[in-house]
Design a protein around this ligand. Structure first.
Ligand SMILES: [Zn+2]
Length: 472
C-alpha cells in the first residue's frame, strides 16, 4: 500500500495588507516531511509512506501568488514522482487565501487530484478554523478537524485523518461525505470549546462517533477574517451510511444555528479603556489583557500601538506589553546597547491605519541570538515595559517572558497580542480580560468591511430564516 504525505497550512486574514512570502514559511521537502514527532503514527504503519512537500506559516495576510505557485509545483512534482498511489494524506489548516485565488485549498486539492487520479483516496486534517467549499468537498474523500479551541488535540486529529485513510484502504471503502455549511461566522474567541455553549456543541460529537456507518463527525467554526464566499461554519461527516450521516449532520447544524445568539466571549471584555479600568479595580498583580485586534496568531499585523498609546496617556505603571513587531526599532536598540536611552519611532506602520509612536525609551534587555531575525529587545518607556521583536511573532507562553527576564507575576498587568489565552498563560493569570482593540483581526467583526462573504450570514445579518440543507 502506497500513501503519500504532504500539505500546506496557514490562515490568511484578507483584511491585512501584508503578503506572506516564502520567508514566512517553514518548508519541508522529501524526507524532511517524515517528522516522527509530528507524525508518530507513521513509524509503525504497514503502508509505504512517500513524503512530498509541506509548508506551514504563522497566520498572516494573503500568500503571494508567486510563493504559492512555487510551492504547488514543488508539491505536484514530488507527488507525481510518488505514483502510483493508493492514498494521500494532507496535513492542512484550511483558511489559506492566495493573491488572486480564493479557496486556495480547493485549488491545491484539485491539482493534487489530477495527479493522483480518481482511485486514490485523499484524506485531510483540519484546524476547526478552516473554511470549506464545493471544490474542496469534490476533491477530498474524507476530512477531520480539531475538536478543541485552544487546540490541544492536534496530534489526535492528524492521527485520525491518517488511520481513517488506512482503514478505508484496508477495507476497500470509498467513504461518503455529508457537508452542511451553516451561515454563522464567528471569531474563535466567541467559540472556545472551553466554554459554553461551544463545549456542549462539540461534546455531542462523542455520541456520534460510535454510530454504525459513521467514521468522523466534524464541526468547523470557520475562519472569520477571510472575506471570501466560502467563509462560514460547517458540519462535515465522513462514513458509509449516508442516511445516518445526513440525519446527524442536520441535527448538529440545526443545533449550531439555534445557539447562534449564545456564543459570547465568556471572559470580561470591552474597549482598551474599559480593560484598564478593570485592571485598576483588581487587587491582584499578574493580570492578563488580550490586545485581540492585533493578535498575530489570528493574522494580525503585530505592530499596532493603540494599547501603548492609551497606557502612556493614562500614565499606567508596572505594565508589560508583549510585543510589538518592529525590525528598525529593534535594531536601533541593539546598536544602542543595554542601559542606553534613545528616542524610538515605535510600531504603527504595517496596517496603514495607525501612526508610529515617538517615545523616549531605555534599553533593558537584548536577547542573545545568532540570527538577526530572532532579535528581541525589551525597553522601558515610562511605566511600561515593552517587548519588541524583529519579526512578527506571538509572546504567548510564560517561558517567552521568563527568557527576557520578565516574571509576569511581578507586574500589575501583562498585555499580550493574543485572542483567548493559551492554557499556559491562563494557568498563571490572576485575572483575564479580552480587550476588543482595533486591528485587521477585530473581534467586533461588524466593524470590518466585508464585501464577498455570502449574505445573509450571522452576525452581520440577524433577521433571516435558515434550515439545514445538505450541500455535498
Ligand atoms: Zn485555529
Amino acid at each position: 500500500m502506497r500513501i503519500a504525505i504532504g500539505g500546506i497550512a496557514t490562515e490568511c486574514c484578507t483584511f491585512s495588507p501584508i503578503l506572506s512570502t516564502e520567508n514566512d514559511f517553514v518548508v519541508q521537502e522529501g524526507e524532511e516531511v517524515l517528522d516522527y514527532e509530528r507524525y508518530p503514527f507513521l513509524q509503525d504503519t504497514p503502508a509505504t509512506i512517500l513524503p512530498t512537500f509541506r509548508a506551514r506559516a504563522l497566520p498572516g495576510g494573503r500568500v503571494s501568488h508567486i510563493t504559492y505557485e512555487a510551492f504547488k509545483s514543488n508539491f505536484l512534482k514530488r507527488l507525481e514522482a510518488a505514483l502510483p498511489l493508493d492514498g494521500l494524506y494532507l496535513d492542512m489548516h484550511g483558511a489559506m487565501n492566495v493573491e488572486g485565488i480564493d479557496d486556495a485549498e480547493g485549488d491545491w486539492y484539485e491539482a493534487a487530484r489530477k495527479v493522483v487520479g480518481d482511485n486514490c483516496l485523499i484524506s485531510a486534517s483540519y484546524d476547526l478554523h478552516g473554511n470549506l467549499s464545493e471544490r474542496i468537498m469534490a476533491n477530498l474523500d474524507m476530512l477531520t478537524a480539531y475538536r478543541t479551541a485552544p487546540h490541544v488535540d492536534t496530534l489526535e486529529t492528524r492521527t485520525k485523518a491518517f488511520t481513517m485513510l488506512l482503514k478505508c484502504l484496508n477495507e476497500g471503502i470509498r467513504p461518503e461525505k455529508v457537508w452542511i455549511p451553516v451561515p454563522v461566522l464567528l471569531p474563535g474567541e466567541r467559540t472556545s470549546t472551553e466554554y459554553e455553549p461551544t463545549a456542549s456543541i462539540y461534546a455531542a460529537l462523542k455520541d456520534i462517533d460510535p454510530l454504525p456507518g459513521i467514521m468522523d463527525a466534524s464541526i468547523l467554526v470557520g475562519y472569520v477574517w477571510a472575506d471570501e464566499a466560502r467563509s462560514t461554519a460547517s458540519i462535515v461527516l465522513t462514513g458509509t451510511d449516508k442516511a445516518v450521516m445526513e440525519r446527524e449532520a442536520k441535527k448538529l447544524a440545526l443545533n449550531y444555528w439555534k445557539t447562534r445568539d449564545d456564543f459570547g466571549f465568556s471572559v470580561p471584555h470591552g474597549s482598551i479603556d474599559e480593560a484598564l479600568d478593570w485592571a485598576e479595580a483588581q487587587p491582584d498583580d499578574g493580570l492578563f489583557i488580550s490586545d485581540s485586534g492585533d493578535n498575530p496568531t489570528a493574522g494580525g499585523v503585530g505592530d499596532r500601538v493603540d494599547f501603548l498609546k492609551t497606557l502612556l496617556e493614562r500614565k499606567v505603571e508596572r505594565a508589560v506589553l508583549g510585543g510589538i513587531a518592529d525590525a528598525p526599532a529593534t535594531q536601533a536598540c541593539y546598536e544602542a546597547g543595554i542601559g542606553s536611552s534613545l528616542r524610538l519611532s515605535l510600531g504603527g506602520t504595517l496596517d496603514g491605519s495607525t501612526l508610529p509612536l515617538q517615545v523616549p525609551a531605555k534599553v533593558v534587555f537584548l536577547a542573545d541570538v545568532a540570527n538577526e531575525t530572532e532579535r528581541i529587545a525589551v525597553v522601558q518607556v515610562e511605566g511600561v515595559t515593552i517587548v519588541m521583536s524583529h519579526k512578527r511573532r506571538p509572546f504567548h507562553e510564560e517561558a517567552d517572558f521568563l527568557a527576557l527576564g520578565i516574571k509576569p507575576q511581578d507586574y500589575k498587568m501583562i498585555i499580550v497580542k493574543v485572542g483567548y489565552l493559551v492554557p499556559d498563560l491562563k494557568r498563571i493569570a490572576k485575572g483575564i480580560y479580552l480587550a476588543l482593540s482595533p486591528g485587521v483581526v477585530d473581534q467586533a467583526i461588524e466593524r470590518l468591511l466585508y464585501k464577498r462573504v455570502v449574505r445573509p450570514v450571522y452576525p452581520l445579518d440577524k433577521n433571516f430564516f435558515w434550515y439545514p440543507e445538505v450541500k455535498a
